[in-house]
Design a protein around this ligand. Structure first.
Ligand code: 5GP
Ligand code: ZN
Length: 116
């Protein structure tokens, strides 16, 4: 657990969240400011500040994130209609929380992936 990391505090239950899933590797909870009817954050329990710190050594965790995202997409009814799994890393991507997280977003047509 990293000091003063809001997502570490959510994992530990110190900060409340609408948690949808938790196991020994990952936690999933609803984004506090959703951009679509489904907006869930799937995060590794082990703190890393960005996906740039993850790699081969995190294969099990990264695999679990995809498995859980797929399960939640089905549960939310967006698996067939479609969804995005997005990771922001660093300033140009607009990352604001420095605990690695995957956004699962769906429930409406999402438009172009990146504004031109
Ligand atoms: P980023 O821009 O870093 O990729 O995304 C951070 C996300 O975390 C944002 O979508 C923001 O709404 C969400 N977020 C920030 N603080 C909290 C919080 O305390 N609880 C929850 N559930 N989501 C948060
Ligand atoms: Zn953290």
């Amino acid at each position: 657990m990293a000091n003063d990391c809001i997502f570490c505090k959510i994992i530990d239950g110190e900060i409340p969240s609408e948690t949808l899933y938790q196991d020994e590797l990952v936690t999933a909870f609803r984004d506090i400011r959703p951009v679509a009817s489904t907006h869930i954050l799937v995060i590794p329990n082990a703190h890393s500040s960005s996906v740039t710190e993850m790699g081969d050594g995190d294969a099990e965790t990264l695999g679990r994130i995809v498995t859980v995202a797929n399960q939640l997409a089905k549960q939310e009814g967006v698996s067939k209609s479609g969804f995005r799994l997005i990771v922001n890393a660093g300033p140009d991507a607009g990352q604001v929380v420095f605990h690695t997280h995957f956004h699962l977003i769906g429930g409406r047509e999402l438009g172009p992936m990146v504004a031109r």
